[in-house]
Design a protein around this ligand. Structure first.
Ligand code: ADP
Length: 266
């Protein structure tokens, strides 16, 4: 149900009461609302950098170009706003191809330990720049599964980037990798800002962010986790998040591994 309230006044203009309208929202209306909300979000996300690009360009054309130092500063803003738009368009295109099942999965026998090691290695410098300690903890040498390695790496990189972004300087990020029966579990644990309980169920929604300003400042599009969920689900896996606000966050990814019999070629 959706509730709408409106106060009403009597002839003298004094408050007389409140009208409450309860509406039964059907599934179709819900979908329609989601679609409208999505379009509104996309437009807003594209408009923000565009407005900024436009106003800096105008200022340059109106004379700021004469001042080399100022011009350079403005061009840097324009460049980074264009980058933001490019990231957004890239993510939107990927979401749409996932939605329309147009992704050509390149699934092969692949080693998850190697994929996770690569991802940690790639982001090591980024973490170091924030004086964060990032460690991989595992007792496994190899975990074979049927994965699209690039896409799985994309998910791990995204989750690790979030851990780095939402953890203050000097924090710690631990990546645990373990095998439970024929499933692999990757846990990315940080001791960062954490997520309020009420936000947890909505994190995988498109454009949902706990703190919009902070996410934008960090270069986020708000689409990373919804893409991650689709990729993991296309591998028959699961992804979920546990967090304590102010203490830290843990993102857990579960992926099926090949049956032992299969690995040994029986
Ligand atoms: P974004 O591009 O904003 O990072 P994501 O879809 O990757 O978008 O994540 C959605 C939101 O989830 C983020 O804006 C942030 O509020 C929250 N979030 C994700 N990972 C973490 C984390 N490790 N710690 C705290 N908040 C997080």
């Amino acid at each position: 149900y959706q509730a709408n309230f409106a106060p009403f006044k009597d002839e003298k203009g004094d408050k007389a009461g409140i009208v409450m309208v309860l509406q039964d929202i059907t599934e179709r209306q819900k979908l329609d609302n989601m679609r409208k909300e999505f379009v509104a979000n996309v437009s807003h996300e594209l408009k923000t950098p565009l407005t900024s690009i436009k106003s800096y360009t105008e200022t340059l054309l109106e004379g700021a170009l004469e001042n080399r130092e100022m011009a350079e500063q403005f061009l840097r803003v324009i460049n980074s706003e264009a980058d933001r738009m490019a990231r957004l368009v890239r993510d939107l295109l990927q979401l749409s191809s996932l939605d329309y099942k147009q992704v050509k999965w390149n699934k092969k026998d692949a080693d998850l330990v190697q994929i996770v090691k690569n991802s940690v290695f790639k982001l090591d410098m980024t973490a170091k720049n924030k004086k964060q300690k990032m460690t991989l903890i595992t007792s496994e040498d190899k975990m074979m599964g049927y994965f699209d390695s690039d896409r799985i790496e994309q998910v791990i990189l995204n989750v690790l980037t979030n851990a780095i972004k939402y953890t203050p300087d000097g924090g710690e990020i631990k990546v645990f990798l373990e095998r439970v029966d024929n499933q692999s579990i990757v846990r990315v644990r940080d001791n960062g800002i954490g997520i309020p309980k009420e936000d947890l169920p909505r994190l995988f929604e498109r454009f949902y962010r706990v703190d919009k300003a902070r996410s934008r400042e960090m270069g986020g599009t708000g689409l990373g986790l919804s893409i991650a969920k689709q990729i993991i689900e296309a591998h028959e896996g699961r992804i979920w998040i546990e967090s304590v606000y102010g203490e830290g966050t843990e993102v857990i990814i579960q992926l099926p591994l090949e049956e032992k019999a299969c690995v040994m070629g029986i």
